[in-house]
Design a protein around this ligand. Sequence first.
Ligand SMILES: [Zn+2]
Length: 93
Amino acid sequence: MAAVNQKCQRCLRDVPAGACFCLVCGARVAGAPRELHRRRDLEKLAGVCAGLADYFDLDPTLVRVVFAVATFFTGILPGLILYVILALVIPAR
Ligand SMILES: [Zn+2]
């Protein structure tokens, strides 16, 4: 059976057969295994928010904004500690 390319659901570009992520925008391909990893390819700091966004099929910018706002309104330190813990616990990919 010939390998058939898929379309990225976010940017609609072709994704090579067998790839788990779009090579253009980094979105997870439908049906790819869902694993929590830090996205070093999309990282602004350590890739935690991009990894969480990827896991929950959300926009990385949205997750970063929500995380930043939540961090600000909880006195900053708890959010920073949580981010560092997540960066240490979640494996990079
Ligand atoms: Zn894409």
